[in-house]
Design a protein around this ligand. Sequence first.
Ligand code: URA
Length: 232
Amino acid sequence: MRRLDQLLANLGYCSRRDARDWIRAGRVTVAGKVVDDFGKKAAAAEVRVDGESLDHPAGLLLLLHKPTGLVCSHEEREGPNVYSLLPPRWRQRNPVVTSIGRLDKDTSGLLLLTDQSALVHQLTSPKHKVPKVYQATLDREPPAGLAELFAAGTLQLEGEMAPCAPADLRLTGPLTAELTLTEGKYHQVRRMFASQGCIVLTLHRAGFGHLELGDLPTGQWRELPLDAFVNG
Ligand code: URA
């Protein structure tokens, strides 16, 4: 249970100071009764603001179709970010809504966002080997034997301590490929292809674990249950 003023501030409704004004003004009820004590502790499920129950009090897990041109960083100097697509209240939550792993500014596709740090750790830890499916277009036909090389788990990228884990490469056309990775080194797909002389021209993530984008339009998200990854 959290103090009412803290609860509203953490869920992104307003500042803690404004929450105290809202409470004094009678806008907040607990179990159906107006409370004027902003320090009162209450279970989020019993709290209403202006008669409405609280906005995702247990947490958020979102599947976003990331467009190109947006970064996953919160740093303003890195340019427009994916969080700008979300409603202001979600952008003001504490803990903050953050991406589970990152996609480059020029990469589109499936990106998970959450305010649950345990989920971020679970799904980005190399231990869990969550498969991520990338679709790439290349500037030239890849050299023979590339699938075997990527599958061998021996490819050493410059500046990395460990070789890339075995990855599954499927050539889907002369200049298109689908690559499934179970880890997430910096710019990994682009660097794996570049190490063999191919430039990745476009990159799109189509799958993450058991999740797919389906027909979700670019720039849109859908909510997932917080236990979406309980069984993998
Ligand atoms: N690999 C990359 O090179 N870029 C991404 O955005 C994701 C994986």
